[in-house]
Design a protein around this ligand. Sequence first.
Ligand code: ARG
Length: 463
Amino acid sequence: MARQTLWGGRFKQQLSEIALQFSTSIDLDKHLYIEDIAGSIAHVEMLAACKILTATEARRIRTALKAILKEIETGKFVPTNIYEDIHSAIEHRLTQKIGSLAGKLHTARSRNDQIALDERLFLRRAIYELMKLITNLQRVLLYKAERHIDIVMPGYTHTQRAQPVLLSHHLLAYMWMFERDYERLNQCAQRANKSPLGAAAFAGTPFPIDRNMVAKKLGFDGIVENSIDAVSDRDSLIEFVSTCSIIMMHLSRFAEELVLWTTKEFGFAEISDAYTTGSSIMPQKKNPDMAELVRGKTGRVYGALIELLTMMKALPLAYNRDMQEDKHALFEAFTTTRECLFIFAHILVHTTFKPHVIRESLLNDFLTATDMADYLVKKGVPFREAHEITGKIVQHCIEHKMYFGNLDLETLRLFSPKFDTDVFDVILPESSVHSKRSAGSTNPHEVKKQIVHWTRVLQKRKV
Ligand code: ARG
């Protein structure tokens, strides 16, 4: 079929097939057909209200647009690459249906403000979906944190065993991380919720349009005040994709921990068969592929962010065709983040923790060395000295292939006369977590406070 462009008057020649194939964005922006049609309907209703079109003209256009929406949904009309973009495809189809009246739809509008509008509408939908998925993941986290409130595990710094913490405390750290992501998405939605429509190409239009009316019809909080900014700006996309990048960074840290925890070396957890895979050559293998893929797919989203930032860098105002490339990054970031949030909640549901293995790793180490030093401090030893004494005790244990649990009072007193029998209670992992007094610490009372907080927040939450 012949190429279908929305322009041609000043040209002697048609756009070459090669140039059209190079420049069409239909494969990506066809996913914006719902937004494009919703925007056109609001626009045409406003044109009628402002007496730029007659009520009958507007009604005919609107009815036809609604029919096109159905046609695309049912596959009766397929936007293919004979069109430059989704806007051209829909307008061409409209012309087939209602003839030259279709040409009036684009009065006081340009594809420049049209695409900016479609993207802001899409963003609203995308953000809503991601917020729902974050809440879902947070609910799984809360469930796991409540269930495992009794498990004390080694906490790490530098991936080296450091101090005992509650597993629930560790899991709830992710809760706060995802909460910030949720807030960032919400803020991004609020900032993006302004209508660019009516900027036309970029300078505005001589027609007596009512931009606020269109904005209201489409559920925007207002209009983008500067028409040049309205068509030149892609900040909301960049904010969205950067938020997706942070979400993926959080997910990939969590994925990495699951990968570590499910190794033989750690053995803290096991992911169910349904969310792991085998090896085609090594019969014994059970691999955490889903978690690894979440970790791996993070690169796609970071890539999308760099893609957008680089595409926008140094672009002069106002619209430039470079900006058409934004859709790839937008959809890539959205679909990847969506599928990763979705699967990660499933992976987590299907992860079982191994309290006995975790317990053993706690005892076969020196995780309460800080508690031992603090014990001496409480008996009047300056912290630096207490640190040194405890370090020596650890060294002694390593040399004699033993742990704190094997020490007797006599041996301890060789290092400091301040030791007494009460030290044996202090160096138990449970005592260590209970000894913490600071707000937000791993003390079970503090962790339970977080659980109460999150139960309340997530119960009230609608999205
Ligand atoms: N397909 C274009 C985009 O996505 C729409 C705007 C085209 N405007 C233009 N003057 N060529 O950015």
